[in-house]
Design a protein around this ligand. Sequence first.
Ligand SMILES: *Cc1c(COP(=O)(O)O)cnc(C)c1O
Length: 379
Amino acid sequence: MSDRAADKGEGTRAVRAGLPEAAKNEPTLPGPAFAAHFHLPGEVDGPYTYGRDTNPTWNLLESAIGELEAPGQDGVETLVFASGMAAISAVLFSQLRAGDTVVLPDDCYQAMPLVQAQLEAYGIEVRTAPTAGDAQLDVLVGAQLLWIETPSNPGLDVCDIRRLVEAAHARGALVAVDNTLATPLGQRPLELGADFSVASGTKQLTGHGDVLLGYVAGREGGAMDAVRRWRKIVGAIAGPMEAWLAHRSIATLHMRVDRQNATALVLAEALRERPEVTGLRYPGLADDPSHKIASQQMRRYGCVVSFTLPTRARADRFLDALRLVDDATSFGGVRSTAERRRRWGGDDVPEGFIRFSVGAEDPEDLVADVMRALDEARD
Ligand SMILES: *Cc1c(COP(=O)(O)O)cnc(C)c1O
């Protein structure tokens, strides 16, 4: 996409993101390049040599994601990975070494405590603090890396990225933001000063619940070179088919995000009227504790709504009674999903806590299904 494209609307940019220059008799988006190796007579040079290092299907996807994460910015590099965890691990394990200190949120994605234990086993000090209230600011001294997740999953707390970045950079620490929940259409961490925007593309970015994928976007230079090297060492690479499906899905990202996020607000407003619902969180609600900062740094508030029902049994009956909503984990898909988050054991949430991912159904159908299921779940 030409530089001028950065001035275009987000929908226009999403449908064209990462497309190669039009060429006569060639497809708009070339199909997946299934190649473990490429013809390589003589010297080892040129863009494509071995399939663990580079692949043309990744490159187009990486351009697409980069155009959305950092429109119009030069010098930003994006690398795709096999999953969000592969991308997260690539940043943490490529940047930190024994004796270093990293600050994580204590309310982040549920696999992160496993990562924390592994970092500690390698002699890296891990400090944690909550996302809410920018509490990570208080534990930054001496850290080499600050890891932010905002909005947090599943609590939907939001921290002030710019403020945390300024404090971290003043102390010489790099900053990575997990941008999974917001997607690049909801939030652009690199513009807010972060060094890395990292995400699981498994969720709303690809949006169909059929692909695992992750990416890291960051400024070109030594830090990203180390992330690329880590991908080569560990080999947690995206399959060409997954990369191609992801690229195809990005064409509808703007439509999906707008639709799903608008319906999430409608659902949150409907849930607010229900006496059995407590702890309702959606950063787009004007009176949500996250709203003030979210409205300053986010352009869209996400498709996840969380709330608590009085008991575990009631939450289970509610999930069971839903007809348009699958009881499944993950989020961001075009088909609504919901789950009782406590069943995994990891998150520090009440037994009746529901994480609800709003899909692309008609809002009135979805709200009616949820209200009926709440009625049926009564004691
Ligand atoms: C799902 C998720 C991840 C992990 O992504 P995978 O693609 O499942 O590896 C990381 N961070 C957040 C916020 C997530 O929701």
